[in-house]
Design a protein around this ligand. Structure first.
Ligand code: PAF
Length: 280
């Protein structure tokens, strides 16, 4: 497996691979890889000749400096995992390589970012869209793989690709879970031993809300139920529990369900911010 730190080295490598007619799958990450990331690598390998993974903790998508400094950085272990999964090349640039100057570009995703993550993490999706569009320009993949756990990120990237005319196939992949239901996340490793079992409460509440809807309760009632269940677990500080259309991200008001309705949650457990969702 190749490891590149500069854009030039990555481009030179990709130029020769493309000359050889190889298709390219791309998995952007911030490292601290887990089985969920590896499932994206495997999905890419199944559909492309070549799989490239980027590892870059993107400073401009963090609105909270503590979150940025606490974000786990484990490049050596990540490369071992990627090599084991059969990834062909890793791109791990420095912040100076990615941002020779502060970007002047500003994205505005309107309604897509006025809710949920966009509401609680101002500027987050501008930072995501800047780094993802730069990475797309550098890698120029045929397909790209994102985890569905970041449901709003998938919706924003889909919109950014449409607006900028990227000829890349977006391939969202299902969330992988631990045995107790906790969604796999790089942030889980920041949970203390006491917090870790408590974190599965998020999955339990999502399940209860989903069952309530399937039993005929309205989204508003299911949302109320979720808030009540979080109130019973004082270790959590709930930021939001929303029932939305997975593409438009706007609130679903009726009990009329379709396969794009998503239950989305974000909550702090101690210092760790966790997000999760179920899509019907
Ligand atoms: O989902 C992530 O890990 C990041 O938001 C991404 C897409 C790699 C951009 O920094």
């Amino acid at each position: 497996m190749f490891l590149f730190h500069t854009i030039k080295a990555l481009r030179d490598y990709l130029y020769h691979q493309r000359q050889a007619g190889k298709s390219v799958g791309f998995v952007p990450t911030m490292g601290a890889l887990h089985t969920g990331h590896l499932s994206l690598i495997l999905a890419s390998k199944a559909a492309n000749d070549l799989t490239i993974c980027s590892i870059f903790v993107n400073p401009i998508q963090f609105n909270n400096p503590d979150d940025l400094s606490r974000y786990p950085r484990t490049l050596t272990a990540d490369c071992t995992l990627l090599e084991g999964a059969g990834c062909d090349a890793v791109f791990a640039p420095s912040a100076d390589e990615m941002y020779p100057d502060t970007p002047a570009l500003k994205f505005n995703f309107g309604d897509l970012e006025r809710v949920m993550e966009g509401q609680f993490r101002p500027g987050h999706f501008n930072g995501v869209a800047i780094v993802v569009s730069k990475l797309f320009n550098m890698v120029q993949p045929d397909r790209t793989y994102f985890g569905q756990k970041d449901l709003q990120q998938v919706a924003v990237v889909r919109r950014m690709m449409l607006d900028l005319g990227f000829q890349i196939e977006l391939c969202p992949q299902p969330t992988l879970r631990e045995t107790d239901g906790l969604a796999m996340s790089s942030r889980n490793r920041n949970l203390t031993d006491e917090e870790r079992p408590v974190a599965a409460h998020i999955f339990k509440v999502l399940t209860l809300a989903k069952e309530a809807i399937l039993a005929g309760q309205s989204p508003a009632e299911a949302r109320q139920l979720a808030y009540a269940h979080f109130a019973q677990e004082p270790a959590f500080r709930l930021e939001y529990f929303e029932i939305v259309n997975a593409h438009s991200l706007q609130t679903v008001e009726t009990t009329q369900l379709h396969n794009q309705t998503a239950l989305c949650v974000a909550a702090y457990l101690g210092k760790v911010r966790l997000i999760d969702n179920f899509v019907f």
